[in-house]
Design a protein around this ligand. Structure first.
Ligand code: CA
Ligand code: CA
Length: 423
C-alpha cells in the first residue's frame, strides 16, 4: 500500500512538472521572418523564451536588466522584451538625462576645436593633437553610456504604438537570431563630431553613432519600425567650415560579415546616411556575406544610402522612396543588387555608381520593373552598371511582389511603428 501511494505521488509530481514545463514555454514563434532572415535556420528571436524571460520595460535600467543575466553578462537566453513608453538611452543609473558636459574630456570644447582646426588655420591635413585626442575620449565616454548591446535570441518589441528608444545606439555584435519590431528609434545624437578635412572635396563632419548597428551578426529581422533624427533633424544643425555639423551617422548600418538580414515595412524619414551594407572597400572578408533583403520600406526626406552596398548580394523590392536628396541605392565595390518593383518620386536618380566605375571591382544592379526604371536615370556622371547580376532571389526564398504602382499606397498604409500588419 505504502509503495502504491509513493508511486502515485511520484507519478503526479512528474505530470505536474511536465505541465509546468510546457506552460513555461510559448508554443510557436510570435512572427515569422521573411526574405534572407528566413534562411540559415530562420529568425525567431526570443520566441522560445520561458515566462521568466518575458519582460516589459519602461526605462533604460529596466531594459539593461532584461538584456543582462544575474552575473552581469549579456544574456543569450531566449527573451522577449516589450518596450513601453519612451526609453532614453542617454541617462545615468537613475535614468536622469545626461548631456555634452557629462562626457566632455578636458581640454575639449567645441569653441577651441573650431578655432584650432579651421581650414584657414589648419589646412587640409588630418586633424591631430591634444584637442582631437580629447574629442575622441569625449566620444568614447558618450559611447559607454549610449551604446547598448543586444544578445542573441532576443525579440525587442514595442508594447503599443508609443514605444520609443531615443538618444542611443543599439549594437548587435557577434550575435544571431534577433527580431526588432514596432519601435520608433530617434536621434542617436553624437555630441562630439569629428572634422575630417580629407572627406570629399570640402571636408566633412562625421559622427559615430547609428540607431542600430549590426556587425558580425546573422539572422536579424527589423520590421515595422520607424527611424529619424527626432527633435534634432539636420535642418536644425549649424554649419561650420561651410559644411553641415553632422551629429548623426547611420539609421541601420550592416557591416563586417553580417548575413541573413531582412528590413521590412520600416519608415525612415528626415535623415542623411540611412543604411550601409558593408563599411569599407577593403573589407574583402565581406565577400559571400552581407545577404540582405529590403522590402516595403518607406523612405521620405532622406539624403542617401537606401542602401549603399559593398560586396553584398542584396534584394531591394517594393520600397517607396519620396523626396530623396542625393540618391537612393548606392552601388559600391562588387555589389550585386537585385532591385525589383520599387517606386521612386521626387528624386534626381534612383541609383548611383560609387567608385570602381569601369574597373575590376565594379558593382552591379539589376533593374526589374522599377518606376522609373533605374537604367538610364543616372545621378553620377559615370553611368549605372546594369546586368551582370547572376543570382535571382526566387532561387533563395519565396516572396510575393506587389505591382509597382501599388507600392506607394501600401507603404504609406503599412510601413512604420504602430502601422498594421499585412497578411
Ligand atoms: Ca563622411
Ligand atoms: Ca555607422
Amino acid at each position: 500500500m505504502k509503495n502504491i501511494i509513493f508511486t502515485m505521488i511520484a507519478l503526479l509530481s512528474t505530470i505536474v512538472a511536465v505541465l509546468l514545463f510546457i506552460s513555461a514555454k510559448t508554443s510557436k514563434p510570435l512572427f515569422n521572418a521573411d526574405g534572407y532572415a528566413s534562411m540559415n535556420g530562420g529568425t525567431i528571436g526570443g520566441s522560445k523564451a520561458f515566462k521568466r524571460n518575458i519582460f516589459t520595460v519602461t526605462n533604460k535600467s529596466e531594459l539593461l536588466k532584461a538584456l543582462y543575466d544575474a552575473k552581469g553578462e549579456l544574456s543569450n537566453d531566449p527573451k522577449i522584451i516589450y518596450i513601453s513608453g519612451v526609453i532614453d538611452l542617454c541617462v545615468d543609473e537613475n535614468n536622469k538625462p545626461l548631456t555634452e558636459k557629462d562626457f566632455a574630456a578636458a581640454p575639449y570644447t567645441l569653441e577651441k576645436y573650431l578655432e584650432t582646426y579651421s581650414p584657414e588655420k589648419w589646412g587640409r591635413k588630418n586633424v591631430t593633437g591634444e584637442l582631437e585626442t580629447a574629442r575622441k575620449e569625449s566620444e568614447r565616454n558618450q559611447a559607454k553610456t549610449i551604446v547598448i548591446k543586444v544578445g542573441s535570441n532576443t525579440t525587442l518589441i514595442g508594447k503599443d504604438k508609443d514605444a520609443k528608444i531615443i538618444h542611443g545606439n543599439l549594437l548587435l555584435e557577434k550575435v544571431s537570431n534577433i527580431i526588432i519590431k514596432n519601435i520608433t528609434f530617434e536621434d542617436a545624437y553624437d555630441f562630439f563630431p569629428e572634422w575630417d578635412p580629407s572627406d570629399g572635396p570640402n571636408g566633412n563632419w562625421n559622427s559615430q553613432f547609428d540607431l542600430i548597428a549590426i556587425a558580425n551578426s546573422t539572422n536579424v529581422w527589423i520590421d515595422h519600425c520607424t527611424f529619424s533624427d527626432g527633435d534634432r533633424p539636420d535642418s536644425t544643425l549649424p554649419v561650420y567650415f561651410n559644411m553641415k555639423y553632422q551629429t548623426h551617422d547611420g539609421a541601420v548600418d550592416i557591416t563586417r560579415q553580417s548575413n541573413y538580414i531582412t528590413l521590412s515595412y520600416n519608415y525612415f524619414f528626415d535623415h542623411d546616411k540611412t543604411t550601409l551594407v558593408g563599411s569599407s572597400d577593403n573589407s574583402t572578408s565581406d565577400k559571400g556575406n552581407l545577404k540582405v533583403t529590403f522590402h516595403h520600406n518607406y523612405y521620405e526626406k532622406i539624403n542617401q544610402r537606401m542602401p549603399r552596398v559593398r560586396f553584398g548580394e542584396v534584394h531591394v523590392y517594393n520600397n517607396y522612396y519620396n523626396n530623396i536628396g542625393i540618391y537612393a541605392i548606392g552601388i559600391g565595390r562588387e555589389a550585386s543588387i537585385y532591385a525589383e518593383a520599387n517606386f521612386f518620386e521626387n528624386i534626381k536618380g534612383p541609383a548611383t555608381q560609387i567608385k570602381y566605375y569601369d574597373t575590376k571591382g565594379a558593382g552591379y544592379i539589376k533593374d526589374v520593373k522599377n518606376v522609373p526604371p533605374i537604367e538610364g536615370i543616372i545621378s553620377s556622371s559615370d553611368g549605372i552598371h546594369t546586368g551582370k547580376v547572376n543570382w535571382n532571389p526566387k532561387s533563395r526564398y519565396q516572396y510575393k511582389v506587389d505591382n509597382t504602382n501599388d507600392v506607394k499606397n501600401i507603404c504609406i498604409t503599412y510601413s512604420g511603428a504602430g502601422k498594421p500588419e499585412r497578411y
